[in-house]
Design a protein around this ligand. Structure first.
Ligand SMILES: Cc1cc2nc3c(=O)[nH]c(=O)nc-3n(C[C@H](O)[C@H](O)[C@H](O)COP(=O)(O)O)c2cc1C
Length: 365
């Protein structure tokens, strides 16, 4: 199950709830659940109502989630997240500007909570460039998150270095204009990721740590002048680290989805990463059962993660095994709200008329 932000943490405090435990435990038949992106600090938060892993309450909330998943026979990694510039002063400590490698304002809007407690889109602001002296504290935020995740009973962690968030902002040239040892060469631009990997692996052991990258992804107004060189290098460096896996957001997602012919660049880039990275490679984005099986048989990936299909099908592995039709997902209930569009998608058993077990303990509400 791919990481999926659902923006349903309890307020105030961005605390995981019994409803979140219900949602994840319903999906415990996944080979591995990767949690929704989870901020490692308040500075790392970029959207209203996303959960964190930096307070006592959040650790306790996640403990209930991992307990429920383990009781249902599942395994779960937490996705550790710092959004960097993809935030807004309203979400930041003391309403300070968000931090980034360089003061480059993203195009687009941040999702915040307004005075009436409703979600609202507001324009991004120019972030503050991190000082060299602050860098160890950024690494420390991830290391603390990793320790807290261990206390909360997770089975491992995935470092979110994709989709235009902080670590990706350092890696890609459009957002990193630094001239110190965190900018310029790709070696320098990937330094922060490597330091975070090292720190987090020090807590968990590298075989319990995954890394997610999104080569050629354009989410959150990011781009790189030479993605083949940049991501080829990062993959090669990560290959030495003996991680649990390297997870890529599929650069062919859009073409696979529309059924159009991709150009050769993303295909070549995937081949290059497959050559450079010698460990387990996970891909996510635009797959169905047949394309997933095809890619694994052809040796293009070792693991395929499913996102939207898991939102709508809590028993996705069973449906694949039995070649049963899938429920379709409702994008209007992706973010925020309660049980609707979250824990009420039916399983096959449910469709046969069996009563689903209630999984929210009413005493916790
Ligand atoms: C509602 C929603 C929330 C998402 N949240 C995250 C997230 O928290 N972290 C992340 O790395 N990717 C996130 N993604 C991307 C997914 O992990 C996945 O890469 C994407 O949905 C493509 O896979 P699919 O075609 O199987 O859905 C999200 C996608 C969706 C639709």
């Amino acid at each position: 199950m791919a990481p999926l932000t659902r923006s349903r943490a309890r307020q105030p405090g961005n605390v995981p709830t019994p409803l979140n435990a219900c949602y994840y435990s319903q999906r415990a038949s996944a080979g591995l659940i990767i949690s929704e992106a989870t901020q490692v600090s308040q500075q790392g938060q970029g959207y209203a109502w996303t959960p964190g892993i930096h307070t006592r309450e959040q650790i306790d909330g996640w403990q209930r989630v991992t307990d429920a998943v383990h009781k249902a026979g599942g395994l779960m990694f937490i996705q550790l997240w710092h959004v960097g510039r993809i935030s807004h002063p309203r979400l930041q400590p003391d309403h300070m500007p968000p931090v980034a490698p360089s003061p480059v304002k993203p195009e687009g809007q941040a999702f915040i909570e307004n005075e009436r407690g409703e979600g609202q889109l507001v324009p991004f602001v120019t972030p503050r460039a991190l000082q060299l002296e602050e860098m160890p504290y950024i690494v420390e935020q991830y290391v603390r998150g990793a320790r807290n995740a261990q206390e909360a009973g997770f089975d491992g962690v995935e470092i979110h270095s994709a989709n235009g968030y902080l670590l990706d902002q350092f890696i890609e040239s459009s957002t990193n204009h630094r001239t110190d040892r965190y900018g310029g060469s790709v070696d320098n631009r990937s330094r922060l990721l490597m330091e975070v990997v090292e720190g987090v692996a020090g807590v968990w052991g590298s075989d319990r740590v995954g890394v997610r990258l999104s080569p050629m992804g354009r989410a959150n107004d990011i781009s790189d002048e030479d993605p083949a060189a940049t991501f080829g290098y990062v993959a090669e460096r990560l290959s030495d680290r003996k991680l649990a896996y390297l997870h890529l957001v599929n650069p062919l997602l859009a073409t696979m989805q529309d059924g159009t012919e991709p150009d050769s660049r993303p295909i070549d880039l995937l081949k290059r990463i497959r050559e450079k990275y010698r460990g387990a490679l996970m891909l996510a984005g635009g797959f169905d059962q047949d394309t997933a099986e095809g890619w694994i048989e052809q040796g293009r990936a070792d693991l395929i993660a499913f996102g939207r299909k898991f939102i709508a099908n809590p028993d996705l592995p069973d449906r694949f095994r039995q070649r049963q039709p899938l429920n379709s997902d409702d994008p209007t209930t992706y973010y925020g709200g309660g049980e609707r569009g979250y824990t009420d998608y039916p399983t096959l058993a449910h469709e046969r008329g069996e009563q689903p077990k209630p999984c929210v303990d009413v005493r916790w509400r």
